[in-house]
Design a binder for this molecule. Structure first.
Ligand SMILES: [Zn+2]
Length: 321
């Protein structure tokens, strides 16, 4: 079902990249093709000016997803140079934060969640970017492997961090079934076209009893409600699936996992960035203006976390034995 097909400006003659090809998709979770438009938003990056995209909600399972969307072969056009998650600069500090610091900052520390195997084993980080997390886990004794679709990121991990990294996505021919004790996906699952297939492959790569950690923006969070199309976590059209704690847990279960924990993650920077984006578009009222202040953004992010509706949701799951 085609709901919106953004009009694209003609490519500049010097641009050798292939033009964007659009595709319509059924629900990435249940497969039904019966959805209603939930919101529409513009591409917030400078190169995406003028394009608007639709997020639809499946009437059968409730999953929200971007539709229509650029095909896997052409979505790279929407990743501008310097896209933050592809930042391949070396980590300034590879030391893991203390348990107390994690608790005070409202951040997840997978190595402290009590879910990952102890002693450390083999870990795959899907969407590893510049390798900050890999470096941290390697420092804790894990044998780490990074996987990323960006050649620059893979090069940075191999040469800069000194860890193993492979180029591509899942499934990957170089990764053997049952060869990892843990797989992590830090804000990468929302970027893939077939998230259920990605999770099923992660399941296959894990040993029985192995752990999976997934963090994604929380479409059911309070900030998503406050800022609507200006919410930082929407990031259209790069984010293709817009999870809530419930739909993330449902997809993990559909992939064969047993979910053991679902937690929030405080992201005050996202609240502030969303507020500024809304104010810049002339949207929002006093609350938007207030959330543009650093202190208020922090309080708001903590309030959302305390209410169980933080900006990011982290799920821990295991491959049943
Ligand atoms: Zn569905």
């Amino acid at each position: 079902m085609l709901l919106h097909r953004p009009e694209l400006a003609a490519d500049p003659p010097t641009d050798a990249r292939p033009p964007v090809v659009w595709e319509d998709t059924a629900c990435p979770l249940c497969g039904h093709d019966d959805a209603a438009v939930l919101t529409e938003a513009a591409d917030p990056t400078p190169g995406g000016a003028g394009l608007r995209f639709a997020v639809v909600g499946c009437r059968h399972c409730g999953l929200a997803y971007t539709n229509p969307r650029p095909t896997p072969a052409t979505i790279a056009r929407f990743y501008p140079p310097g896209y933050a998650p592809h930042d391949v600069r070396p980590a300034r500090d590879a030391r893991p934060p203390s348990r107390l610091r994690c608790r005070l900052l409202g951040r997840p520390c997978p190595e402290y969640l009590g879910q990952l195997p102890n002693p450390p084993g083999r870990l795959l980080d899907f969407g590893c970017g510049g390798g900050r997390f890999l470096r941290r886990m390697a420092g804790l004794g894990w044998a780490v492997t990074g996987l990323d679709s960006s050649p620059e990121a893979v090069r940075a991990v191999r040469d800069g961090v000194g860890c193993e990294a492979v180029l591509g996505t899942l499934p990957h021919p170089d990764l053997e079934p049952g060869s990892f004790d843990a797989v992590t996906l830090w804000q990468s699952l929302e970027h893939v076209h077939r998230p259920l297939a990605t999770l099923r492959e992660a399941h296959r790569l894990l040993v029985p009893g192995g752990s999976l950690v997934v963090a994604v923006p929380n479409f059911g969070g309070l900030a998503a409600r406050w800022f609507g199309p200006h919410w930082f976590g929407l990031d259209l059209p790069r984010h293709l699936t817009h999870f809530t704690p419930a739909t993330l847990a449902a997809m993990l279960a559909a992939a064969g996992f047993r979910v053991t924990a679902v937690r929030g993650w405080v992201h005050a920077k996202w609240v502030r960035a969303s507020a500024k984006r809304a104010a810049g578009a002339g949207a929002g009222g006093p609350w938007t203006w207030l959330c543009g202040r650093k202190t208020v953004a922090r309080v708001a992010a903590w309030a959302a976390y305390a209410a169980g509706r933080a900006d990011v949701v982290v799920a821990v799951a295991e491959r049943p034995v």
